[in-house]
Design a protein around this ligand. Structure first.
Ligand code: UT7
Length: 339
């Protein structure tokens, strides 16, 4: 087991916060690269070599973000050994809410039957799950709540421009959830490092549908309700920000990357993950990767991957786990956890 310092330990009025249950859900429908070859001018070879993605999951027309979130949440509650009525707070990280309001978290609260829970959404795009973990941890650490359910959930297929080959091959739908509680005699979440740079908001955005550009026939005809991305610039910023956030989290805890059992990066692109691993001096086999099967599921990405890593036996009690994320905003973050 790694020796580390716990930056939260010098605040004795706070209690530790552990992830006591995880779960995830992806839609049944598989959209393979071969299917995309029939939709836009692309090839399986281009997508695989440039991104590592082979297939992604696409939600049914009547399946909303909240449906995926609820299914993931039920599995997380079961894995924590608790029922919905024990949840004090639900935080949903998403950029594809069921609707602008009410929040997707409130819809999830009702569908789950979490009758005692407060609920709200947060939006930090692909970094949303780590942002939400950080927010949730403070409620538990400060004794405000005992049990917080954190969910990253997206129906990216509803905001992808299916005529734009630059972006439509990249994204998929899904949800991942985690239960946060105090586990006595465990360190749990050791530190989180978050950051943002709104000066680069234009690199990755969905321009219309908000107060700056409400929906009109013109905004629809200009396809402004779909996401747009400057892929190359986003790529560069992603690598730099993820490396910096990961190094900051490691140094705060007095450990090196070699002490980390499993690194779970945002699953945007295999090449981004490999570049981050190389710059961190991490071995490829320390990474958990599922981008080949699910593509980029935005806020759900590291949540689904965390559940996958636990299910695959890649993470055991006492291991150090590093989550590292990057997304629109720009936003980024890292979380170091003693599992
Ligand atoms: O989750 C939030 C963060 N998102 C990301 O981190 C994504 C970051 N960006 C990326 O992953 C990569 O930049 C992409 C995968 C989006 C693109 O890879 P790239 O190596 O940066 O390619 P590129 O944008 O430089 O495009 C190279 C060529 C272009 O053709 P020309 O201009 O060189 O003739 C594109 O038009 O590839 C073309 N291209 C495609 N060709 C076949 C772009 N998309 C496709 C496609 N199929 N789907």
């Amino acid at each position: 087991m790694a020796n580390f310092k716990n930056p939260r330990a010098n605040r004795p009025h706070l209690r530790s916060v552990s992830i006591t249950g995880v779960g995830s859900q992806v839609p049944d429908r598989v959209l393979a690269n071969a299917d995309l070859e029939k939709m836009v001018e692309t090839t399986d070879e281009w997508i695989t070599t440039r991104t590592g993605i082979r297939e992604r999951r696409i939600a049914a027309p009547d399946e909303a973000t909240s449906d995926l979130a609820v299914a993931a949440a039920r599995k997380a509650l079961a894995s924590a050994g608790i029922t919905a009525d024990q949840v004090d707070l639900i935080i949903v990280a998403t950029i594809t809410p069921d609707m602008p309001f009410p929040s997707t978290a409130c819809l999830v609260q009702h569908k789950l039957g979490a009758t005692r829970a407060a609920a709200f959404d947060i939006e930090a795009a692909c970094s949303g799950f780590v942002y939400a973990l950080d927010i949730a941890s403070h409620f538990v650490a400060s004794h405000t709540y005992n049990t917080v359910l954190v969910i990253g959930a997206e129906k990216m297929s509803s905001v992808v421009d299916w005529t734009d080959r630059n972006t439509c091959v990249l994204f998929g739908d899904g949800a991942g959830a985690a239960v946060l509680q105090n586990r006595p005699n465990a360190h749990g979440l050791l530190t989180t490092c978050l950051g943002s740079d709104g000066g680069k908001a234009g690199l990755l955005e969905l321009p219309a549908g908000g107060s700056a550009c409400p929906a009109t026939a013109d905004s629809v005809s200009k396809r402004l309700h779909f996401l747009r991305m400057d892929g190359k610039e986003t790529f560069k910023n992603a690598v730099n920000a993820m490396v910096a956030a990961a190094n900051e989290a490691l140094s705060r805890c007095g450990v090196t990357v070699a002490d980390v059992k499993c690194i779970i990066p945002h699953q945007a692109n295999q090449r981004i993950m490999s570049a981050v691993a190389e710059r961190l001096d991490a071995r490829e086999d320390q990474l958990f990767v599922n981008v080949d099967r699910y593509g980029n599921t935005s806020a759900a990405s590291v949540a689904i991957a965390l559940d996958g890593a636990v299910a695959a036996g890649r993470i055991r009690r006492g291991d150090l786990v590093l989550l590292v994320v990057f997304g629109a905003g720009l936003t980024w973050g890292a979380a170091l956890i003693e599992w």
